[in-house]
Design a protein around this ligand. Sequence first.
Ligand SMILES: Nc1nc2c(ncn2[C@@H]2O[C@H](COP(=O)(O)OP(=O)(O)OP(=O)(O)O)[C@@H](O)[C@H]2O)c(=O)[nH]1
Ligand SMILES: [Mg+2]
Length: 309
Amino acid sequence: MASFLEKLKSGLSKTRRSFVDNIVQAVTGKARLDAAIVEELENTLIAADVGPEVTTALIEHLRERVALGKASSRDEVVATMKSFLQERLQMPMNGKTRADFFAPLAHPNVIMIVGVNGVGKTTTIAKIANQFRQRGKSVLVAAADTFRAAAADQLEIWAQRANVDIVRTKAGADPASVVFDAMKAAQTRAINIVIIDTAGRLHTKSNLMEELKKMVRVVDRVMPGAPHEVLLVLDANTGQNGLRQAEVFFKDVGVTGLVVTKLDGTAKGGILFAIQDKLKIPVRFIGVGEGIDDLQPFEAREFVEALFE
Ligand SMILES: Nc1nc2c(ncn2[C@@H]2O[C@H](COP(=O)(O)OP(=O)(O)OP(=O)(O)O)[C@@H](O)[C@H]2O)c(=O)[nH]1
Ligand SMILES: [Mg+2]
């Protein structure tokens, strides 16, 4: 079976071709970056969804390095781009390292997963739950997506696969009541980690954000200070639209981190740079497939290396 890194590398191959290779080719061997080259670079970067700010900054950086004679060979151009891109992806992890995420102090540690429909929330929960289990933590997942009749069934199948507890109710019930029951059950059973699955849309006219805010209030009432993490899931393929979605969630629900899914097979892997630049919030996980092991904590260095290989 292919390792996560291998999947990441092959998943990013379209992005590599449309983004990295074009730039390296356009810049290598040039004494200076003239207007025609700059335009070509701009088009490439915008198409790869890195966003206007990062596009301008990268071109400016390349222009300087080329003018200084420090980016003429292919290797030099690659090294210049790698260090620039890596730096752009370094985000303070809200003071939390990868190890901290998997060894939280709160009991239970409550993680809420939000995002529009179809981005990969439920699958992401299964994958994260599995990683906590592998580290010896007890996990309970809450099926608070009561919009789709099949949503709780889907989560239950994953819960069995990951060998974790689930709290669910009938479709159409108040999601906040599922959250309340899950919190109580977690306290009674002394569970380490609670992960809450939420809907990407609702059947009533009531507003999704209001519903999510209500869930946060319920969690906080049972356990002051919780949820400890609110992870917003974004589908890499949605590109700049994903950023607009994110802004809505940010305004209403206190998002603490991002999960970027479906990096396998997208040409829009450059979105990671736009996300970090715009949202200033750590990407905690990236997803490269539908299997339970196809999600890993995000590492800037690993991501950039994979992008170039
Ligand atoms: N290729 C690929 N597919 C993914 C990834 N993550 C999730 N998926 C697939 O995306 C589809 C939707 O995933 P779900 O987890 O059901 O998404 P959701 O956000 O819970 O959807 P709703 O509950 O309808 O809002 C499923 O077919 C998943 O297998 C990924 O990283 N790569
Ligand atoms: Mg779901």
